[in-house]
Each structure stands twice: as C-alpha cells, then as structure tokens.
Design a protein around this ligand. Structure first.
Ligand code: SAH
Length: 398
C-alpha cells in the first residue's frame, strides 16, 4: 500500500526469472525506502539504514549490511535486489582523464568520464587548493539522444532509452569503487539530454545531495535549452547549477547546429534563462563550442558581451572535438575547430569585458572523451567484427 509510487520494476533480459518480480532498491530516495520499510511491517528508521548502506557505504548485497538485523535482511533478499551496471572498459588518457564504458542490464552501453583536478577547466580564478581537490565525474542520462545535434557523437546514434535513477547513480558508485576516490563535482554532460529525463535526473540529484555527500552547488545539469524544463527548474527552485549549450546567439546558425532550436528560438530561451536567474538566484553557465568561421567572429563576441550584461553568467568555451559521424556527414564535414590562437583571442576579448570565462581543456581527446564517442566506436567495432561479444567479458583495449 505504501509503495505505489516506487519505480515500477523493469524486466531486463539479464535477470533470472526468480528475480523478475523483485524490487530494485538502487535509485530509491530516503523517503521511498522509509515507506518501503513501513509497508513490509518494519520500523521507519530501517529505511534510513538501507539508504546509508546503498549510497554511502556502497553495498552491493544485503549480506554486507551488518548493522541490519538478520530477519530484515532475509526479507530483503527474498523481495528485493540491488541492480548494478557493469564496467566493461576503462581507458586512461595521458592527462589522467579516465573514460568508463558501462554495460546496462539490457546489454545497452553508456559512458562516464572522470576528469582529474586541474584539467576540468582552465580557470584563472580557481584557488590552488580547491583546484587540487576537485575530481569531476561527467555522467550520462540517456542511452543515445533524440536531439541530433550536428556536432555530437551521441546524436548520431539515435535515441534508445532513458536511464533509470539507479543507473544514473550507479555511474558514480562504480567509478568510486574502481578508483577508491571521492568524487567532488558532477556534471550531467555525458550521453543524452538530462532535461528529457527530468524526473529521474532530479531524483538522482536528491539522492546524491542527501546521501552521497555532494552539495547541489557542485552539481551542474547541462541542457541544449529546453524552455519548459528550464522554467520548471526555476519554479521548483532547484539548487543545482544550470548550464545551457548555447553555441550561437544567431537563430540561423543555432538551428543549423541544434535542430531543437527551431522549436525554442534564442529570444524565448534567453528570456527563460533570465526568469530562472531571477527566481533561483544562481548564475547560469553558457556553453559555447567554437567553430571556425561560424560562431567565432567579433560579432559573436559582442553578442556574448551583451548577453552577459543582461544575465550575470559564466561562459564556458569548448574547443570542438571533431567526431566521425555517419548520419550528418554534410554539415559535420563543414564544421572545423577554431585554431588555438584564435580561441585565445576570443577568450581575451570576453575577459577584457570582465566576463567570467572558462576554457574547457581538450582533456581526454586521445581516448575519445567527447560525449558518446567511445560507445559509438565500440558499436562500430562490434559490427565490424560481426561476432557476438561474449557477455560479461572485457572488451579489448586498442
Ligand atoms: N544534451 C546536453 C548534455 C550533453 S552534451 C547538452 O546539450 O548540453 C554536453 C556538452 O558537450 C554540450 O555543451 C555539448 O554541446 C558538448 N559537445 C557535444 N559534442 C561535442 C564535440 N564534438 N565537441 C565539443 N563539445 C561537444
């Protein structure tokens, strides 16, 4: 009776029939776990114990939960499971960036990128000590993505499905387990559009901020610019940080790069971000990939300066990682990265106008760290080999 709002169990092909009707606890909030404990005749505080074991002590079985009474553990074993995603490949870049390739219960694949201190952003104002401690994980929110942004590897693979809350959370738990390190910052900038999976993304943030010791101000959700969802974030007074993939303030250019921009034009988007800023009182970040000759002209600098006069914000300049893409070869072959010296000049003009500008380093380029690249490469290789990879076996590293 109490658990009607718990996430419905989704049968995945890898499970044995006996486990099909069990409730997956990973991905449930504190309140949901407390309600579950009550619904099976246990005390409410058992829910809190479970919450700590799952997210803080990173338990993967009920047997490990030594502070929980044996009869309750037996009940849990009978009725519940703790699903995990499986690490099938880890690649380390020369700069220390690590890319994790995961296989989900249904065999689909996603990736997360762990960005070491100092390489996440080139930030002239960062305090040395804080910078040293920062370990940022970039997480995925969907398998593939329906938005088809013309420069993005994930876009070219189409949309397969949303991740569950448990799968989003598990990327952090697995990376912590493998590296033994505490993750201090999270960016929802991996595969997918987080705001198209709004409820599960926000639920994952609730669990992370209450159970995993990462404050909301250290969590950034990046969106292509979905107006209704940004408005919803403002109305719900969400305290995580917001980043908008802007890439141009010219509707013509933006629609060429991001098809969704036909639905939400610049004016509507900027008005909504302004509303968000006024309501939540957090400075948004505008992300801006620099493409040679397309959005790196002086007119574009002036547009960004004007924008930052209207909305106090940060600007995050991203060097373009050229990706091989099958679906939109035409536009993709026309997109070229702005050369380094011109990136520097572009950034300097913005800084001269007293704007906080960060330049994302090209960390991890040698391991295909841009959004979705590794999964696609692995899928292509899988097709080429035309042989089934034995499940659970490690994918060989080049
Ligand atoms: N859908 C969300 C989050 C995923 S993409 C969004 O659009 O914001 C995360 C960031 O990586 C976005 O700013 C996106 O524009 C950028 N990105 C994607 N592909 C890239 C590439 N090939 N080179 C550089 N940045 C890229």
């Amino acid at each position: 009776m109490f658990n009607i709002f718990l996430q419905p169990y989704q049968p995945f092909i890898k499970l044995y029939p006996l486990e099909m009707n069990k409730l997956n606890l990973k991905g449930l909030t504190l309140q949901e776990l407390e309600n579950y404990a009550l619904s099976i005749g246990e005390k409410k505080f058992r829910g809190k114990q479970l919450f700590d074991w799952l997210y803080n002590k990173e338990a993967t079985s009920f047997a490990e939960m030594s502070s929980i009474a044996k009869p309750f553990r037996d009940k849990l074993t009978e009725n519940c499971i703790i699903n995990s995603i499986e690490v099938i490949d880890i690649r380390e870049s020369s700069d220390g960036t690590k890319k994790f390739l995961f296989e989900l219960e249904d065999g689909k694949r996603i990736e997360s990128v762990l960005i070491p201190p100092r390489t996440a952003f080139e930030n002239p104002w960062a305090r040395e000590e804080e910078d040293q401690k920062r370990l940022t994980l970039c997480v995925s929110t969907q398998v593939g993505c329906p938005l088809d942004c013309k420069f993005c590897a994930t876009g070219s693979m189409g949309f397969l499905r949303n991740l569950t809350t448990g799968e989003i959370i598990d990327q952090i738990l697995q990376v912590k387990k493998y590296t033994g390190k505490r993750i201090s910052n999270l960016v929802y900038m991996g595969m997918g559009e987080p705001l198209l999976n709004y409820d599960r993304v926000m639920k994952s943030i609730e669990i992370i901020t209450t159970g995993m010791n990462i404050a909301a101000r250290r969590i950034t959700v990046s969106t292509v610019g979905l107006v209704p969802e940004i408005r919803r974030m403002a109305e719900e007074n969400r305290k995580n940080k917001l980043a908008i993939s802007l890439h141009s303030l010219d509707d013509n250019i933006r629609t060429q790069l991001l098809p969704i921009a036909k639905k939400y034009g610049i004016e509507e988007l900027i008005n909504t971000v302004y509303y968000y800023y006024k309501k939540v009182k957090r400075r948004p970040t505008f992300e801006y990939i620099l493409f040679d000759g397309l959005n790196d002209r002086s007119k574009d600098v002036q547009n960004l300066i004007k924008l930052s006069r209207r909305i106090p914000c940060k600007i995050n300049i991203i060097p373009y990682h050229k990706v091989k893409s099958t679906q939109h070869l035409m536009i993709n072959s026309m997109l070229r990265p702005t050369p380094k010296d011109r990136i520097e000049r572009f950034v300097q003009k913005l800084r001269d106008a007293h704007i906080s500008v960060f330049v994302r380093s090209s960390a991890g380029e040698d391991i295909d760290a841009a959004c979705g690249q590794l999964v696609i490469k692995e899928e292509r290789r899988k097709l080429k080999r035309n042989a089934s990879i034995v499940k659970h076996s490690k994918v060989e590293i080049e």
